[in-house]
Write a protein that binds this ligand. Structure first.
Ligand code: NIG
Ligand code: FE
Length: 417
């Protein structure tokens, strides 16, 4: 058995306790000063102060890792991305800077539909290659698990190709991948006005294959005015759930449509975006335990007001933060940017931001029993920051402080400064 002992962490963030953390519990990150972690093979064996752990171990049996002067945290979980796609849409960013809106670009054939052709044209190997590069960048930011969605094919072959690329990447890359089927991501011109027909095609022809080959665990939909309205979204989510998919919803991003309420009604794991979530939607998310996954880098890139994180937490919601990395609305996977936006613009404390990026992200992908916190029995997915306190995270604004990443007990990334 391989045994490693992380010792003398200036601040050890455990995030231990029941998950997800809701409301005021989000501020409790189980901080231990001068902390340590014992790793046995790929799992955490014990967590405590260095003094406590020193008494438990025979030091000769362990590879000792000195973490003095460092902050040690659970690996980050980026619980909402669209990182597998072909092509780029840099032109759209420039159009938006000149005053175009995300939806007006989408309505004239750009947006998500503009990524469909290059994604169809890409081979599986090309998607794996580009995905690997993007996952290497994620790892540098301390992300040890990522959720990735299909949704740039909207036909059987391409959707399945995207999901297969992610399955392959899950096998070959240290970062774990949780896959989500997002066939109803946009309406292709041939289906305009026939959204229900398109959804039925996905439900009948594509999703049984996805299920059979175990290519996706979650099903998601872009529930939005002029994309998939509430009725069609509810139909899709209900059927997807009957087929055994867990649910996620792109909800209340551009207009207040009742997406948060829909997520609560259908028993979704998360409602995502939520810039325009209603007070009633917030109340229902809190009550039903739907995780509010906020994507502030998207709001930032679209120059939209941020989701009301403070109100959500004060109302008892469990909030997660994720990057939404995608080719259109938000081409970044920069975790320190999420920290900055969360703390500076969304009224979150650094403790709440950490919870949102770790245990609540893990809960949003139904992995809270194995990742997201440093607790005995969980995967040894652990990151070290160069500096001794969590308070350096917002203070060193948008600077990546991740120095070391341990995944399943192995050091898979180390930065020499
Ligand atoms: O979460 N809003 C819908 N889907 C993505 C954007 C995808 C794209 O523009 O390519 C999002 O922001
Ligand atoms: Fe998204």
């Amino acid at each position: 058995m391989k045994k490693r002992y992380i010792r003398h962490a200036a601040e050890l963030v455990t995030c231990k306790g029941p998950a997800p953390k809701k409301g005021k519990d989000m501020a409790d990150i189980g901080l231990i000063y001068d902390g340590g972690v014992l790793i046995h093979d790929d799992k955490i064996f014990a967590v405590g102060t260095t003094e406590e752990l020193d008494k438990m171990v025979n030091m000769d049996e362990y590879e000792v890792i000195d973490a003095s002067g460092k902050t040690v945290l659970p690996g980050f979980v980026d619980s909402h991305t669209h990182y597998i796609f072909g092509g780029y849409r840099a032109n759209e960013f420039s159009w938006r800077l000149k005053g175009d809106t995300y939806m007006s670009i989408m309505e004239r054939g750009g947006g998500i539909n503009a990524t469909v052709v290059p994604t169809k044209e890409a081979t599986l190997e090309e998607l794996v290659e580009v995905g690997k590069e993007r996952m290497n960048r994620m790892l540098e930011f301390g992300v040890t698990t990522v959720e990735g969605k299909s949704g740039y094919g909207m036909d059987c072959e391409t959707e399945i190709k995207q999901l297969r690329a992610m399955k392959k990447l899950d096998e070959i890359h240290p970062v774990d991948v949780v896959t989500t089927f997002l066939g109803p991501h946009s309406v292709l011109p041939q289906y305009k006005g026939k959204e229900r027909e398109f959804i039925d095609m996905l439900l009948n022809d594509v999703m049984p294959i996805v299920k059979e080959e175990n290519l996706a665990e979650f099903a998601d939909i872009f529930c939005e005015k002029n994309v998939f309205e509430i009725e069609d979204s509810e139909y899709y989510l209900t059927k997807a759930k009957e087929m055994g998919f867990k649910l996620k919803v792109h909800a209340d991003e551009i207009v207040s449509l009742g997406g948060a309420e829909l997520a609560a009604r259908t028993g979704a794991f998360s409602a995502d975006h939520l810039l325009k979530a209603s007070d009633e939607g917030i109340r229902q998310m809190a009550e039903s335990g739907v995780i509010s996954t906020l994507l502030p880098a998207t709001a930032f890139c679209l120059k939209e007001p941020f989701a009301p994180a403070r109100k959500m937490i004060d109302s008892g919601c469990a909030v997660a933060l994720a990057s939404d990395l995608n080719p259109g609305s938000c081409f970044t996977n920069n975790i320190p940017l999420l920290v900055a936006l969360g703390c500076i613009y969304m009224g979150m404390s650094i403790e709440e931001v950490i919870t949102a990026l770790t245990i609540n992200g893990a809960a949003a992908v139904d992995r809270a029993d194995t990742i997201g916190s440093l607790e005995p029995g969980k995967k040894a997915d652990i990151i070290f920051l160069k500096f001794p306190s969590i308070h350096y995270m917002p203070y060193h604004t948008t600077i990546n402080l991740v120095e070391t990443v341990i995944k399943n007990g192995e050091t898979v990334y180390h930065k020499e400064w």
